[in-house]
Write a protein that binds this ligand. Structure first.
Ligand SMILES: CC(=O)N[C@H]1[C@@H](OP(=O)(O)OP(=O)(O)OC[C@H]2O[C@@H](n3ccc(=O)[nH]c3=O)[C@H](O)[C@@H]2O)O[C@H](CO)[C@@H](O)[C@@H]1O
Ligand SMILES: C=C(OP(=O)(O)O)C(=O)O
Length: 417
């Protein structure tokens, strides 16, 4: 099993190219199931989750051609309408095949994802929405069986804002009979990116970017070309790394307008941030100041950046309060950060971080994707060596993170356990 051996203390300086967004690429790949034509994608990141999704879609009969960051999908021969447990357990986003399969083929058999390290993460809203559209759904032996001759448009109000729930129902609604209104829809940029591809495929969607999506179902969707949006979480992660380690980095092929709150927090922490249409530069010369925040849905502070900012707060001047409102158990990194000398206590959904003068390297274990990223950031700022175990979590969502960091001066080696 791969591990990362980080020797801390180096400042970061130079350019880091940002990849396409994992959380946009995954639903967008599933949209390939909605048509028998060709969907041509560019800026698709090289991630373990993307490889898992391509394997699953390939098993279903989707023809896939990959050439670097470009992927072409052809849905003419899709005939296996199933996502088995072996796939879904390694990548929850596999649930995103449910909506497209029922909408185009009238049937799907998808394993229930179950819980994961950050929370119980049910998919009841995906099911509730499809049922409201007329699908008959049975849960048997851990699988969701969904059937519908043709989905029909209706008004759906989800109990809470759900990102993949909105994406699943949006994809389903494109081929439904009549009008579907999705109230309380997620406004994440990745939902917007998916919606833009669907429109390019012939879907009729209004309200894109708002919490009320209105879809007029069409008989069929056609092929289209699309470039996946930049990964705002990868962007934010590297900005936190440079803010924690100190330095001057230029992130390219990214956008600042989808990361406003996180950029404001970095400024509050003392970073100088400038940006252009496709780049963000961060300069950090002093010890960071502690910043408090509360995670919320977009455009609020992203839960997927909580752990990385927590790492920054560990070495900051002052104390901070970090409240997690999206997932009930997203503090698994706290005990590991404390192993490096951080002073964090947890009170319910809030972590109280007392900044310390320095962290000292130690062996630590990654528990989920962003927890892994926070341990890398802490390791870069720590004195001595930090060995991060179980980095398969990291590889799910970052494309060669250690290579990108080494290119700007970090000392990180990928080693075998
Ligand atoms: C592949 C992808 O895009 N993953 C992102 C997506 O996950 P994901 O789409 O799984 O997260 P959701 O937005 O659905 O979850 C938000 C909250 O709603 C709850 N919930 C959700 C659906 C449901 O049917 N029932 C229910 O109770 C969840 O348990 C959670 O507490 O959004 C999360 C919140 O921004 C991000 O952290 C993930 O990186
Ligand atoms: C929680 C995340 O992803 P997923 O929903 O795929 O588990 C994430 O990207 O931080």
């Amino acid at each position: 099993m791969d591990q990362l051996l980080i020797t801390g203390g180096n400042r970061l300086s130079g350019e880091i190219p940002i990849a396409g967004a994992k959380n946009a690429a995954l639903p967008i790949l599933c949209a390939g199931l909605l048509t028998s034509d060709t969907v041509a994608l560019s800026n698709v990141p090289h991630l373990q989750d993307v490889a898992t999704m391509l394997k699953l879609l390939g098993q279903m009969g989707l023809a896939i051609e990959r050439n670097g960051d470009a992927i072409t999908l052809d849905g003419a021969a899709v005939d296996k309408l199933e996502a088995p447990y072996e796939m879904v357990k390694t990548m929850r986003a596999a649930i995103l095949v449910l909506g497209p399969l029922v909408a185009r083929f009238g049937e799907a058999r998808v394993s229930l994802p179950g819980g994961c390290a950050i929370g119980s993460r049910p998919v009841d809203q995906h099911i509730k929405g499809l049922q409201a559209m007329g699908a008959e759904i049975a849960i048997e032996a851990g699988y969701i069986h969904a059937k519908a001759k043709r989905l029909r448009g209706t008004r759906i109000v989800t109990d809470m804002i759900t990102v993949t729930g909105t994406e699943n129902l949006l994809m389903a609604a494109t081929l439904a009979d009549g009008e579907t209104v999705l109230e309380n829809a997620a406004r994440e940029p990745e939902v917007t990116d998916l919606a833009n591809l669907l429109v390019a495929m012939g879907a009729k969607i209004s309200g894109i970017g708002t919490d009320r999506l209105v879809v007029q179902g069409v008989e069929r969707l056609h092929g289209a070309s699309h470039t996946v949006i930049a990964d705002r979480i990868e962007t934010g992660t590297f900005l936190c790394a440079a803010a924690a380690a100190g330095g001057d980095v230029m992130l390219t092929n990214t956008r600042s307008d989808i990361l406003d709150v996180a950029l404001d927090k970095l400024r509050e922490a003392g970073a100088i941030i400038t940006s252009g249409p496709d780049w963000i530069r961060l300069q950090m010369a002093a010890r960071p100041r502690a910043v408090s925040f509360r995670t919320t849905e977009y455009p609020g502070f992203p839960t997927d950046m909580q752990a990385q900012f927590m790492a920054l707060n560990c070495i900051a001047d002052g104390a901070s309060h970090v409240s997690e409102t999206i997932f009930e158990n997203r503090f698994m990194h706290v005990q590991e950060l404390n192993r490096l000398g951080a002073a964090i206590t947890i009170d319910g959904h809030t972590a109280i971080v007392q900044g310390v003068d320095k962290l000292v390297g130690a062996p630590v274990m990654a528990t989920d994707l962003r927890a892994s990223a926070s341990l890398v950031i802490a390791g870069l700022a720590a004195e001595g060596q930090t060995l991060v175990d179980r980095i398969y979590h990291l590889d799910r969502g970052y494309d060669r993170m250690e290579a990108k960091l080494c290119a700007v001066g970090a000392d990180i080696q990928r080693v075998k356990a």
